[in-house]
Ligand binder design. Structure first.
Ligand code: ATP
Length: 397
């Protein structure tokens, strides 16, 4: 049974609504999924996704991404909540009725059928006339650059070609939604990057609402209009990629998005003469604006300071001398040349024995630092983050 939903009904559903006036294509309304033995896979997920948006669900293994996607497809029944597609509550409908196309990691092609037969299959079971199928086939094959492969069987194709055929089978029937479950994870690293770019171009051309699941944050950042970061079955943040990176909602998102990950330091803060944070072998004076944002949250002594590796630079390469309070003297343990920059594994200079104080600095390739050196690292204090150690909330976002 289905009924038409005229307006979003929950506050949660509205909270993540982007500021645009496109129609809502998909809404998840308080979705929960509890498996046997009280395993809570999805815990009260609400999302509002607009027509043509490319949304990526990302998070660590077991955080509930696939279960959320399967619930949208109708392959799982939610324990609570509703799935609304194009204004219609489809919660009670089976997968066929929902008009969504799913692309899987393992391609799921029929081995005994040719590429042409694999792609045509969704139209054939819907009894489309041959002429219409041929027309759609030509368009789809051209779109994906596989016109030359139509008479081959899947076993005679590379992984990338097989994934293109799987995409073709999804595209040909012009569904309401595309759902992707880690579609690139069986490909080697180079092909994955190439297919990522192709998926981006394809979405620009086809413009269909898409929900894409991955544990790969680079895919999440490069493919999405908005990223949904999940942990423990719950949504942590829904925002465009730059916002998730620059203004992570909490410590989990801050630590999950970014490679190498953000460094964290347990610090105490004093606000007598500007904000000073001290701990983990570092001492920084933070910009006045940070002090103002902090004071909105009330005085706190204990904080967790977050500094991305790229917020450090070898002070010897800075134009001007770097003031105390905006630098850390560090002992270099390992130097990893990465091409355009070097990643340094370091410890604060006077804390060399303490494992806890180790952190990563990503500095210019021109650095002369070698393992065993003690160098001064400049810190871009405009780029630091402060988290509530109890709740993990970002106090500056
Ligand atoms: P991954 O990236 O490893 O695929 P995921 O984020 O997609 O992880 P899910 O597959 O959605 O996570 O699983 C979420 C949780 O639900 C996990 O703890 C998982 O073990 C559990 N789970 C998933 N499917 C079932 C099932 N059919 N029966 C019982 N528990 C399940």
């Amino acid at each position: 049974m289905s009924d038409t939903i005229e307006d979003p009904v929950t506050e949660d559903a509205q909270r993540d609504r982007p500021t645009d006036d496109r129609d809502v294509s998909l809404r998840l309304d308080g979705i929960a999924k509890v498996f046997a033995d009280d395993v809570v896979a999805v815990d009260d997920v609400s999302l509002t996704i607009h027509d043509g948006e490319f949304i990526v669900l990302v998070g660590p293994s077991g955080c509930g991404k696939t279960t959320t996607l399967r619930t949208i497809a109708g392959l799982e029944q939610p324990t609570e909540g509703r799935v609304v597609i194009d204004g219609e509550d489809v919660s009670g409908q089976d997968p066929r009725e929902r008009d969504v196309a799913m692309v899987f990691q393992n391609y799921a092609l029929y081995p005994h059928k040719t590429v042409r037969e694999n792609i045509a299959f969704p139209l054939e079971i819907r009894k489309f006339p041959d002429g219409v199928i041929a027309e759609h086939m030509q368009e789809t094959a051209e779109l994906l650059g596989i016109s030359e492969l139509l008479d081959r069987r899947p076993a005679d194709l590379s992984g990338g070609q097989q994934q293109r055929v799987a995409l073709g089978r999804a595209i040909i029937r012009d569904p309401k939604l595309f759902l992707f479950d880690e579609p690139l994870s069986n490909l080697d690293a180079k092909l994955r990057i190439q297919m990522r770019t192709e998926l981006n171009k394809l979405h620009d051309r086809v413009g269909k609402t898409s929900v894409y699941v991955t544990h790969d944050q680079v895919e999440a950042m490069t493919l999405s209009d908005r990223v949904v970061v999940m942990n423990n079955g719950a949504v942590q943040q829904v925002d465009p990629p730059e916002v998730v990176y620059d203004q992570p909602a909490n410590r989990f998102v801050a630590g999950f998005i970014g490679e190498p990950p953000m460094n964290f330091f347990d610090v105490s803060a004093t606000t007598a003469d500007g904000v000073r944070v001290t701990g983990g072998g570092i001492e920084l004076r933070l910009p006045a604006a940070i002090g103002e944002s902090l004071s909105e949250h009330g005085d706190r002594e204990r904080l967790e300071l977050g500094v991305r590796p790229e917020a450090f630079e070898d002070a010897a390469l800075a134009d001007e001398s770097v003031a105390d309070g905006r630098s850390v003297d560090a002992h270099v343990m390992v130097v990893e040349p990465m091409g355009p920059y070097k990643d340094l594994a370091v410890r604060p200079a006077d804390r060399e024995d303490e494992q806890a104080a180790e952190f990563t600095a990503r500095v210019s390739n021109d650095t002369g630092a070698i393992a065993g050196d003690t160098i001064r690292l400049a810190v871009d204090t405009d780029e630091v983050h402060l988290f509530d150690p109890a709740t993990g909330d970002n106090l500056l976002a």
